[in-house]
Design a protein around this ligand. Structure first.
Ligand code: AP5
Ligand code: MG
Length: 194
């Protein structure tokens, strides 16, 4: 199954994608993690994206579409993948649909984690406090505000895009982590039955 875990910054996409990856045969494809790895490795791609990410802006569509396309062609994605933090714009979603179509695949399901802004801000504050001084470059209250604004401006319109395709299910992302995991499992089971 090809699945998108969708939601604003701090909604739990990475947390849930990792748990799901342990249970299912689908790897977590996180564009944020891939870009942070490129920055850490000091690659050309990393250098290009570093300041954009530190500001909480989106890196260009062709960059993320390129890295996702390459990653998806690895053998571990044969049974499907969990897209985490991608797509984030309508053009990215269209590119993803075309890329999968070329491979006779499709997005089967989009799960939105719905979380109030105030809770998102509190979660990131907690993550900064727990980071022991090595917080992510974009994990500070000012950049988070911008990441949220960018989410509502560029990414939230995808909810309508996937709703129209009949693929969207919304889960309460404010429930405890284990409860969210259970709710996602129920949605996947239902989708797998068709
Ligand atoms: P990305 O890495 O995708 O970050 P993000 O979406 O902004 O947000 P996070 O990863 O912080 O949140 P999350 O939803 O994964 O939540 P998490 O599980 O960590 O992107 C970073 C940047 O890269 C972007 O700003 C952009 O510049 C660039 N980028 C990436 N993809 C791109 C794309 N496709 N196009 C263009 N640019 C792109 O959880 C957050 C915290 O909450 C954790 O501490 C966790 O323990 C806690 N938590 C999780 N669930 C719960 C729960 N149910 N209850 C209580 N606490 C919880
Ligand atoms: Mg994440």
């Amino acid at each position: 199954m090809n699945l998108v875990i969708f939601g604003p910054p701090g909604s739990g996409k990475g947390t849930q994608a990792k748990l799901l990856q342990e249970k299912q045969a689908w790897p977590q494809l996180s564009t944020g993690d891939m870009l942070r790895a490129a920055i850490a490795a000091g690659t050309e791609l990393g250098k290009k994206c570093q300041s954009i990410m530190a500001k909480g802006e989106l890196v260009p569509d062709d960059v993320v579409v390129g890295i996702i396309g390459e990653r998806y062609d690895q053998p571990d994605c044969e049974k499907g993948a969990i897209f985490d933090g991608f797509p984030r714009t309508i053009p990215q979603a269209r590119s993803l649909d075309s890329m999968l179509k070329l491979r006779n695949k499709k997005i089967d399901l989009v799960i939105e984690l719905k979380v109030d802004d105030k809770v998102l801000i509190d979660r990131v504050k907690t993550r900064i406090a727990q980071s022991g001084g090595v917080a992510r470059a974009d994990d500070n209250p000012e950049t988070l505000q911008n990441r949220l604004a960018v989410y509502y401006q560029n990414t939230a319109p995808l909810l309508e895009f996937y709703k129209r395709q009949g693929k969207l299910t919304t889960v309460d992302g404010m429930a405890p982590i284990e409860a969210v995991t259970k709710a996602i499992a129920v949605v996947i089971e239902k989708a797998a039955k068709g």
